[in-house]
Design a protein around this ligand. Structure first.
Ligand code: HEC
Ligand code: HEC
Length: 378
């Protein structure tokens, strides 16, 4: 971790070499050689279920120059109507690329209808859909929706392209990323999606421990007893082995990217207050279902859930302990044998252990990684 920070600082120090007339160096602090955006992931990311969850399309693999362009676009305030708001205004590097506000403030001061989502490991979600209600069929579809949203950034695609064409640093960045200076909507989408997919959480204490053992349910040598207890609860480890205990977190927050194959209801409300996925596809059985977000880099991105109703991880655990409501579409993973919502009634020690475990999923290097930071000289 300290080594990584030191590397980041060293890279930042050599990064900026302004040359007279250089349209990039006048505006941006970028390295002469692009950063590496496709690092080797730990071996446990190479398991079939994690690979199957990777939503990178064949047509848009992450490249170093593509993600660099995406990084500039992500921090570009000219993408909002009044040039005040960038993607990073609601997706902060030091907050797991989420927001501390329950509802984020858009370019003209209006508030978003839902809580901003953390973006770390967004790449690993098997059905490839984005937003809490999964209304974007792919990340490439998603990335220009906030730009056009009347509350968030308020800019039409035509205006967006005209603005990018007028800024001198984009032509060379598009040339590096795509082989020619042509600025198109498709290229903007692809570059932004590449940057978001590069925001991977893989240097956590969980990853360190996992690399030392044969599987996720074995006690990790680098964990405290409390963290190992929380891990056993998370994975629903039953004495003597066997399938996970009912209601185990892993039954929805699955794989070692801690993402899910599709939307679920975790019983926040007894009746539908936000139609969620069902409101988009018209399927009554999916009313009140939401995307299961990855649990990587949670600590700094509270409040939690689609409406930011829980300020702390302790409140999240209280919900799963005794608060799950009997919504008609409550997912079966949270129903007991009698069909009723499960109430595991965690003890204080179990609750603290679960929170301690969730914090081991944080990759703290992300918050200070130069590859993901604001490149603009402002
Ligand atoms: C004004 C705040 C705001 C701005 C600006 C903003 N977002 Fe978001 N973002 C949100 C909110 C709120 C959500 C959740 C909305 C929902 O699900 O209905 C979200 C969701 C997302 C998601 C979905 C993540 C997932 O796992 O499904 C992605 C990806 C994303 N934003 C990327 C971007 C990009 C790229 C930009 C810039 C082009 C951007 N956002 C600008 C607030 C913002
Ligand atoms: C039935 C599937 C299911 C199970 C089991 C489950 N979750 Fe969830 N979890 C979800 C869904 C769905 C959401 C998003 C709900 C929403 O916002 O409406 C969620 C959200 C969360 C969040 C908030 C993430 C964020 O970005 O706001 C945390 C933290 C969390 N779950 C932890 C846990 C823990 C710990 C357990 C086990 C005690 C667990 N979950 C069990 C489905 C589940």
């Amino acid at each position: 971790m300290n080594k990584l920070i030191a590397l980041g600082i060293a890279a930042a120090a050599v990064a900026c070499r302004p040359e007279p007339g250089d349209p990039i160096a006048a505006y941006l602090r970028l390295p002469d050689q692009p950063y590496a955006y496709t690092p080797d992931l730990p071996a446990h990311f190479a398991q079939p279920n994690v690979l199957a969850a990777d939503n990178t399309p064949m047509t848009n693999p992450v490249t170093d120059d593509g993600a660099t362009l995406g990084r500039v676009l992500f921090y570009e305030r000219a993408l909002s109507a009044n040039r005040t708001t960038s993607c990073a205004s609601c997706h902060h590097q030091d907050r797991g690329f989420g927001d501390s506000a329950r509802f984020s403030r858009g370019f003209a001061g209006g508030r978003t209808g839902r809580h901003s989502m953390g973006l770390t490991n967004a790449r690993f979600y098997a059905n490839g859909s984005f937003f809490w209600d999964e209304r974007a069929a792919s990340l490439e579809d998603q990335v220009l929706m906030p730009v056009q949203d009347p509350t968030e950034m308020g800019l039409s695609i035509d205006s967006l392209l005209a603005r990018i064409q007028a800024l001198p640093y984009y032509a060379p960045l598009f040339e590096r990323a795509f082989g020619s200076t042509e600025i198109t909507e498709l290229r903007v989408r692809q570059a932004l999606a590449q940057f978001v997919r590069s925001l991977m959480s893989y240097r956590s204490r969980y990853d360190d421990g996992r690399a030392q053992v044969a599987g996720p349910v074995v006690a990790f040598p680098n964990f405290t007893a409390q963290e190992n207890q929380g891990k056993a609860l998370f994975f629903g480890v039953t004495p003597g082995g066997g399938p996970p205990a009912p209601g185990a977190c892993v039954s929805c927050h699955g794989t070692e990217a801690f993402a899910a194959p599709g939307p679920r209801s975790n019983g926040l409300d007894a009746t539908t207050t936000d139609a969620g996925v069902g409101g988009i596809n018209g399927n009554a059985a999916q009313l009140g279902l939401f995307k299961v977000p990855s649990l990587r880099n949670l600590s700094d991105r509270g409040p939690y859930m689609h409406d930011g109703r829980f300020a702390t991880l302790e409140q999240v655990i209280d919900h799963y302990s005794t608060g799950v409501k009997n919504h008609p579409n409550l997912s079966p993973q949270l129903r007991g044998p009698n069909g009723q919502p499960i109430q595991p009634n965690f003890t204080a020690a179990q609750k603290a252990a679960l929170v301690a475990f969730l914090r081991t999923l944080d990759d703290p290097a992300i918050a200070v990684d130069d590859r993901f930071s604001d490149p603009f000289i402002r």
